[in-house]
Design a protein around this ligand. Structure first.
Ligand code: XMP
Length: 545
């Protein structure tokens, strides 16, 4: 059966009455700005510049917020189809609200106010030093420091009445302002920017925005549970359980809401980490969760995905792994729906742990997150109780709900799992050694980075099926290699930019020893090399594909 399905989201932490509007022009920064404001205790309403949502919202004077933030974008404000806001809307906002522009948003505010933007002599990308212009030590609490820049254009001539607040070596107008407008070329929302939080806090104080959001975990759980009960007053309610923090928190709250009416489905794709299923089973039990081991089905489906021939290797690899992702996604839906139907109890809703950043990313076209095929196949509506929360809040809620640290602090794990952590044509024989190698890395990370604060935000070992020579005992042996990837984030888990850090000698030694001596392919093939990836993001992505 396929039918229309609706997504219902718990309205929490957002709303038309938010004192801050955040206008999206295409940058990945939009969810980060919203998250930083949330950390400061402020709710935001996200508006897309494109579909006149902003013009419509701004038309009603009585609903205008205290502050409007214009976020980044990757075009030039002078491009023919550059995203903008109508001059009339701008005037309306300028009269009534405090305005903050960030990067592209800063240039747009300068242009709309009568200033000039042009191609920078020297664009800036990465960390630069921002210095306050005058001798003052601080401007509304902002004290300068290192900041993330990413621009090719700059504000060349200031609009009348504006003044310079801060500069960098290559950008004079790094932070400029008038009485009720601040335009900031760098990115205060990025974790690597020093004093970015203070800058945003200074702006909200100037704008007169009051702190109107406080986290009360008990209240959230109660509200979310009763909201879910209202949305699905009867019938069986399903929840996909992956062991990730978002789905685990959603499931725990759904247990409180629905009791025996809830049924969780956990699908083992065969590309999970060692012990993962047991870990989830130990936490959630088996009373109202099905653990479906569909490994064989996934392996068979993947065996049928052909590696493209006759293409450039880069193109072939890209196409193949896109096909692998699609194959795993489609198989997951098949298995989930098949199992749900087999329960013999028609479902009335499906709970998903989608978070606020996921939603901003899909609403603003940054990513397509929502798996709408699954509820359509099942003919049910989706309930998203965590739609108003960011990852850090969900992790805190996980602790509040008593979920173990392994789940509350769990690193993200991609849907296709270990299957995208190799190169060339995938082979089911890679799964057991990959599982074992990743368990070793997990043990090493837990031991050598005991403090969650210093732990990499994501880490894995990928299998490099590239034959090369090693020396084991006195014998020259041809074997495969491992690639260890560990990345650190400062960006509120947005994964927009990631850092790589040097390993200590001890970690290096233990990893190279254990990964080459303890793990083998099932046919006995050894691993004779261990690589460590040196590149951050950009230019590398987290995953190899
Ligand atoms: P990249 O590789 O783009 O990844 O730096 C950013 C984050 O997204 C995760 N990722 C995925 N998650 N399905 C997922 O559910 C996927 O196909 C996928 N690809 C990447 C990645 O692990 C990292 O956390």
């Amino acid at each position: 059966m396929t039918t229309d399905s609706r997504i219902d989201r718990l309205p929490w932490g957002t709303g038309d009455d938010s004192q801050v509007w955040l206008v999206h022009f295409g940058s990945k920064s939009t969810p980060l700005i919203a998250q930083l404001l949330r950390e400061l205790g402020v709710r935001t309403r996200i508006l897309n510049h494109a579909d006149d949502e902003l013009t419509l919202a701004a038309a009603d004077d009585s609903k205008l917020p205290k502050m409007v933030i214009l976020s980044g974008g990757d075009q030039s404000v002078y491009d023919a189809n550059a995203p903008t806001i109508r001059q009339g809307t701008f005037e309306q906002l300028r009269k009534n609200c405090f305005l903050l522009g960030i990067c592209y948003g800063a240039q747009l505010l300068a242009k709309l106010s009568g200033g000039e933007v042009r191609r920078a002599k020297m664009g800036e990308a990465g960390l630069v030093q921002v210095r306050l212009s005058e001798d003052s030590a601080s401007f509304s609490g902002y004290r300068g420091g290192r900041a993330i820049m990413n621009h090719g254009d700059e504000i060349e001539r200031l609009p009348e009445g504006w003044q310079r607040v801060a500069s960098t070596d290559d950008c004079q107008n790094a932070f400029v302002c008038s009485d009720r407008i601040w335009a900031v070329q760098f990115h205060p929302e990025m974790g690597h920017t020093e004093n970015g939080r203070e800058l945003l806090f200074g702006a909200i104080k100037r704008a007169g925005v009051s702190i109107d959001y406080r986290v009360d975990h008990a209240k959230f759980v109660e509200t979310a549970a009763s909201w879910m009960r209202e949305q699905a007053p009867q019938g069986t309610v399903l929840c996909g359980l992956s062991g990730g923090v978002d789905s685990s928190v959603a499931f725990r709250i759904a247990e409180l809401a629905f009791g025996e009416r809830l049924h969780g489905i956990y699908v083992n794709t065969g590309w999970f980490r060692e012990g993962e299923t047991d870990e989830v089973r130990n936490v959630f039990g088996s009373r109202h969760v099905s653990y479906v081991d569909a490994s064989e089905e996934f392996y068979e489906a993947l065996d049928r995905v052909e590696y493209p021939v006759g293409l450039k290797p880069t193109e072939a690899e890209y196409r193949y792994y896109e096909a692998v992702r699609k194959c795993i996604g489609a198989k997951f839906i098949d298995v989930f729906v098949g199992h749900a139907r087999g329960l013999g109890r028609p479902a009335s809703a499906l709970i998903q742990g989608t978070n606020a950043a996921d939603i901003i990313e899909s609403q603003t076209g940054l990513k397509s997150h929502h798996n709408v095929a699954l509820p359509k196949q099942l003919g049910v509506n989706i309930l998203e109780p965590l739609a108003g929360l960011y990852k850090s809040e969900i992790r805190a809620l996980a602790h509040h709900l008593g979920l173990p640290d392994e789940i509350a602090n769990r690193q993200p794990f991609p849907g296709p799992g270990l299957a995208i952590r190799t190169w060339g044509k995938l082979d089911r024989s890679y799964a057991p050694p990959l599982r074992q190698a990743n368990l070793i890395l997990e043990e090493v990370v837990r031991k050598h980075y005991p403090d969650q604060e210093n732990r990499p935000c994501q880490y894995y070992v990928a299998l490099v099926p590239l034959a090369s020579t090693g020396l084991i005992g006195d014998e020259r042996v041809i074997g495969y290699a491992w690639a260890v990837r560990m990345v650190w984030s400062e960006d509120r888990e947005s994964y927009a930019s990631l850092e790589v850090k040097a390993l200590t000698q001890q970690v290096q030694d233990v990893l190279s020893k254990r990964l080459t001596s303890e793990v083998r392919m099932e046919d006995g093939t050894r691993f004779v090399r261990v690589f460590y990836e040196l590149t951050g993001k950009p230019p590398s992505t987290t995953e190899p594909h």
